[in-house]
Write a protein that binds this ligand. Structure first.
Ligand code: TYD
Length: 141
């Protein structure tokens, strides 16, 4: 699954520095992150059965990590849907711009860390799925 610029939604293995004092994983600009970081936020205390997201971005690219617990990320490129299950701190999902994404099936006490390539801007959001598919069909996204 790739966006208009050929960027692919994919799992990125972050690696794990094992230690008997506890494990450590790193994300570093220019190394294992395919964009410059402009913002991070995290989603937590999600009640059972709830979902987050359900939108696409014009510009923002994201990396999503299950810092605790687990959840599914449904992604759609305008033609095909894929589902990725995140349940490890050393595994991230890269989501390029122009991808519909929805996070669901949160286990109790899950935390989703999101690293984004742009500052928050409501104008970057596409919240209507039919508008999203139309923009994709017309190659405007
Ligand atoms: P929203 O992006 O709609 O959440 P979801 O991804 O689950 O759809 O954000 C929910 C609220 O939080 C909304 O009022 C905007 C605000 N918000 C910020 O102020 N800054 C941010 O970086 C984000 C992601 C959200």
């Amino acid at each position: 699954m790739a966006n208009r610029r050929g960027k692919k939604t994919r799992i990125i293995a972050l690696g794990k520095i094992r230690d008997k004092r506890g494990n450590l994983s790193v994300i570093q600009a220019g190394k294992n992150l395919p964009f410059d970081i402009a913002r991070t936020y995290w989603i937590y205390d999600v009640p059972g059965g709830e979902h987050r997201g359900g939108h696409a971005y014009h510009k923002s690219q994201e990396l999503i990590i299950a810092l605790s617990g687990s959840f599914d990320i449904q992604v759609h490129d305008g033609e095909n849907e894929s589902i990725f299950h995140l349940d490890r701190c050393d595994k991230a999902l890269y989501v390029p711009a122009g991808t519909w994404r929805r996070i669901c099936n949160f286990a109790t006490n899950s935390t989703a860390l999101v690293i984004a390539s742009t500052p928050y801007s409501p104008r970057d959001y596409i919240r209507d799925f039919s508008k999203f598919t139309e923009l994709k069909k017309n190659k405007q996204l």
